[in-house]
Design a protein around this ligand. Structure first.
Ligand SMILES: CCCCCCCC(=O)SCCNC(=O)CCNC(=O)[C@H](O)C(C)(C)COP(=O)(O)OP(=O)(O)OC[C@H]1O[C@@H](n2cnc3c(N)ncnc32)[C@H](O)[C@@H]1OP(=O)(O)O
Length: 192
């Protein structure tokens, strides 16, 4: 293990994650949080459709298209990391907290060819103060196939101000002007 890996290990005094009583039922599609999102927006990017799992876990399937290539015929590692990041990020919906990626470490174990369906699974392992520790895997050949990529992450809980203060005003203003209050809330990762 590298020295930095210790930052991804839950410290003593961490607690078990808690699934919010109003979290979507296992199997339910969470739905995109923001159309402009590279991970879950359905107009562009990865177009991930993420489902609630049991406990504080989620699943998703990501099809590697030619636009996701790095080497000829193979998925780009950064794209795979984005898919892991988005899947991990959606764990917030099950806990009803707002959180952003603080640290994310990816292990690339097998090449992932174009045309592959990557079966993603993520779960929260521990919580310590504002720090949320989580892990994810991406399997090929089926949900029980070999692990091609895996990640460990620490997300940091933030207030909605994080987005309002730091985002570009044009997109913030457009999102705030949306008359659909549910879409507005979801854009800023606040559970409706
Ligand atoms: C459905 C949603 C999908 C969302 C898309 C997928 C998720 C994303 O990609 S989010 C976008 C990428 N992430 C970002 O842009 C975050 C940018 N970073 C930041 O804004 C800040 O550094 C932020 C908010 C993470 C932390 O800043 P701040 O709130 O000042 O935290 P700070 O008070 O320093 O630290 C709080 C705790 O977190 C820990 N921490 C902070 N940053 C890190 C880090 N990078 N790694 C590990 N631990 C960290 C601190 O050590 C501290 O721990 P403790 O309480 O034990 O002392």
């Amino acid at each position: 293990m590298s020295g930095t890996r210790t930052a991804l290990n839950p410290p003593d005094g961490s607690r078990a994650p808690v699934r919010h009583p109003d979290a979507p039922a296992p199997g339910d599609v969470l739905g995109g949080h923001y159309e402009g999102c590279f991970g879950c927006g359905q107009e562009h990017g990865l177009r991930l459709e993420i489902r609630a799992g049991d406990g504080v876990s989620v699943t998703a399937e990501f099809t590697v298209d030619p636009i996701h290539q790095g080497a000829p015929g193979l998925a780009h590692g950064g794209v795979l990391t984005s898919a892991l990041d988005e899947t991990l990020g959606s764990l917030s919906w099950l806990q009803r907290v707002i959180a952003v990626t603080g640290r994310l470490e990816t292990d690339f174990l097998r090449p992932v060819p174009v045309g592959t369906v990557l079966h993603l699974e993520a779960r929260v392992t521990a919580v310590h103060g504002r720090k949320i520790y989580s892990e994810a895997t991406g399997r090929i050949g089926g949900p029980d196939g070999p692990v091609a990529v895996r990640a460990a992450a620490v997300f940091i809980e933030v207030k909605v101000d994080h987005f309002l203060k730091n985002g570009r005003p044009a997109e913030i203003d457009a999102a705030l002007a949306d008359p659909d209050q549910v879409k507005l809330a979801r854009a800023f990762e606040v559970n409706p």
